[in-house]
Design a protein around this ligand. Structure first.
Ligand code: FAD
Length: 389
């Protein structure tokens, strides 16, 4: 059996669903089909994310995208309401606090200058300033810190994904619960998508929104995409102390921690980072994280891990930034991949940009040229200093 659609989106996570929303928002009559193999999203990064948003990047495009994204998140109740029902994404506006050792200080200052030049609301604090603001913090080995004063925080990524999906459906997008098993090419175009049950979907345009599995989709079209599934563990930590106004803290040793409801969540970069490791938490990482955490915030000396989960960063090994747009080798195959741990915060805006590019041939609201996939072909990486392992 062969079905047909104008635009087929492979993957119904936050990228696929937000893109379906924008496409049907711009062109209500457009025939958009999102193909998602697991509507429970049990392994999808969007459901396993730490869901935090910051302005503290060093590339202007990342700063601008996240500023626009935060504005979208503030208005999400109105923008994504369906039949008067407003989605609730539990947005908490609270800063990131990047702490720097004396050796890391020049890089933090450099980042700060770029951020200030792009109107990011970030303050630099010296060790005494940090202690005055956060009395629970031990500043031993810390020379300074950069604190986001507004436009940063965290939210419920699954609720945002669900809101995009619901709104996209209300605007006419279809969701097909199926696994994509391959692509058929006719010259420089994808002509059909092969589904796991043997049926085919003919399409005008195809979008690779397969998250950590995007490399496989690209390979079906003969394109080598340097995006790998890298497991990251998130620990849910109970700590009795009250740490009022605690930001998302990033320590010079590499761990991060932030409040989450009545608990805290945190993690660190694994020492061994293989592709598609089983999605089970790496509990051993807590043994290396905890001493650094308890040294930085002594209240955590009494902390206990309540539970943990693992998800995949869709890691772009080329330059750790988004890869979007059509690849020059295949005319009607678009990409929205490789966010390397900063995808959910960018989803509302990068998908708007991709929808503009697909329907109107150019970026209209925000220029995303710096993250076009073309740079892979040109061998010109976009260096971002603020990637969190
Ligand atoms: C532990 C962790 C912490 C993170 N923290 C943050 C953070 O604080 N801030 C931030 O901005 N980002 C964070 N991220 C990254 C963010 O979650 C991702 O960038 C984002 O969710 C990617 O969305 P996606 O839609 O591309 O991928 P996914 O959500 O993984 O969706 C891809 C979908 O494609 C489907 N799919 C794949 N292949 C096929 C196929 N062949 N057929 C049919 N369907 C298919 C999958 O089932 C999946 O549902 C974190 C990620 C993890 C794992």
């Amino acid at each position: 059996m062969t079905l047909r659609t104008d635009i087929a989106i492979i993957g119904g996570g936050i990228m696929g669903s937000a893109l379906a929303y924008w496409l049907t928002q711009f062109e209500p009559k457009l025939d958009v089909t999102v193909i998602e193999r697991d509507p429970s999203y049990a392994r999808a990064s969007s459901a396993l994310s730490a869901a935090s948003i910051r302005q503290q990047f060093t590339t202007p495009v990342n700063i601008r995208v996240c500023q626009a994204s935060f504005a979208f998140l503030r208005e999400v109740g109105d923008l994504l309401s369906v039949d008067g029902e407003r989605p609730e994404i539990s947005l908490v506006e609270r800063g990131y606090l990047y702490l720097a050792s004396p050796e890391q200080t020049p890089t933090l200052h450099q980042a700060h200058e770029i951020q200030r030049a792009h109107n990011a609301d970030v303050a630099l604090l010296d060790a005494a300033g940090l202690r005055a603001r956060f009395p629970w913090l031990n500043t031993c080995g810390v020379a300074c810190g950069a604190l986001g004063l507004s436009g940063e925080g965290w939210f419920d990524a699954y609720a945002l994904l669900s809101a995009f999906k619901r709104k996209a459906r209300a605007q006419g997008a279809k969701y097909l619960p199926a696994e994509v098993a391959g692509l058929t090419l006719a010259g420089r175009r994808v002509s059909q998508i092969a589904l796991g049950d043997g049926s085919k979907l003919a399409c005008g345009h195809v979008v690779n929104a397969a998250g950590p599995w995007a490399r496989r989709v690209a390979a079906w079209a003969g394109i080598e995409l340097p995006v790998f599934a890298r497991r990251r563990t998130v620990f849910v930590v109970a700590c009795k102390a009250k740490l009022d106004g605690m930001p998302l803290l990033i320590d010079p040793t590499g761990f991060w921690i932030r409040p989450e409801g009545e608990h805290f969540i945190g993690g660190t970069t694994p020492r061994v980072d293989t592709d598609e490791a089983p999605l089970e938490p790496e509990y051993e990482l807590w043994d290396s994280l905890w001493p650094d955490l308890a040294a930085r915030i002594p209240a955590f000396a009494e902390a206990k891990v309540v539970r943990a989960w693992a998800g995949y960063y869709e890691m772009n090994e080329f330059d750790h930034n988004a890869l979007i747009g059509a690849h020059p080798a295949v005319d009607n195959l678009y990409f929205i991949n490789g966010f390397s741990g900063h995808g959910v915060q960018q989803a509302p805006i990068v998908t708007r940009g991709l929808a503009e590019l697909m329907l109107r041939g150019r970026f209209e609201t925000l220029d995303l040229s710096d993250v076009l996939i073309q740079r892979l072909v040109d061998g010109k990486p976009l260096r971002e200093l603020g990637v969190i392992g």
